[in-house]
Write a protein that binds this ligand. Sequence first.
Ligand SMILES: Cc1ncc(COP(=O)(O)O)c(C=O)c1O
Length: 370
Amino acid sequence: MSNIQFSQGVSNINISGIRKLFEAAGPNAINLGIGQPDFDTPANIKLAAIKAIEDGFTGYTPGLGIPELRNAISDKFKRENGFEVAPGQVIVTSGASEALYITAASLVNPGDEVLIPNPGFLSYKAIVNMLNGKDVSVKMKEDLTIDPNDVLEKITPKTKALFLNSPGNPTGAVSSKEDVKALAEIAEDKNITIISDEVYEYFIYDGEHVSPAQFTDNVVTINAFSKSYSMTGWRVGYLGAKGDYVGQIIKVHQYLQACASSIGQKAALEAITGPQESVVIMKNEFEKRRNVLIKGLHEIGIECVMPQGAFYAFPKVKNCEEATMNLLKNDVVVTPGTAFGANGKDHIRISYASSMANIEKALEVMGRVL
Ligand SMILES: Cc1ncc(COP(=O)(O)O)c(C=O)c1O
């Protein structure tokens, strides 16, 4: 067995360092490292899933997803995001994660370049590398949003796509309409695809969410029920795109996944068409916590750009890995900025998807330790 040659793409990527860190945390640690809402899935959504099981809705569904859900997603894109894709141009996936992978797999040849935000969500680089593509880092501006000028500078004849993530993980930053429009124009001009990861769309406290698909057809828009409806474990996401994209992407989806979970899709249908109060409740609670956290950090003397969205703050902390270990020894778990790319080196990521009491305790520890 010892001389099995694994694929270069997979051999070269690393297991996520974040997990190891969490595993090192003590039983009483306050976990501000987590990337999921600390709310239960709303009851109406759970009931829809129970009903699906009781009704025997347990077989494969069409590869694209159940038509009612694709209709609802197509309506949502039109109503909330200002662009039109037909229900036949929507694929329901196993979370945004699958949507990100199958989109990239349909575009990237070995050696192709893909622009990724640095710091950015870990999966982007890993996906590109698994496909034997080359990840090319794009810098953030002072406000931690992606810099369209740097995007333009990094484009070469080999560039295939750009991952855009607003509101962003790990920064919580929300790109301005102006910048999203500029990026859309660049994509069109240079014939590249924007893979727009909009999973934090519903958690914006200042500013507005702008989908690049409003401005160009060179976009695959990706979203999920995971964060918006506190359904991370259900594994339901989706993508929508005009033109030829879905015709190619569906092939990867069919052979990789066949279809998203039938029960999950029924739950997702209730999430998107049912009452939306739970989203508002979560959003309001996150906003309160954000305000307390940022005020607290500033009082300690830690610099932090006010995050406009998601549930992350990305304050400036030198020697972030050492600082993270020191916090861990004091039972506070955060994530070093380096986990999200080299440009995150002078930052830590704090998730405020944790109770106000935890945030207050963590602030007290940070005041002592940092
Ligand atoms: C920016 C971003 N995109 C995608 C995902 C994955 O979403 P899903 O759980 O729907 O696969 C995450 C999860 O942390 C994320 O932060």
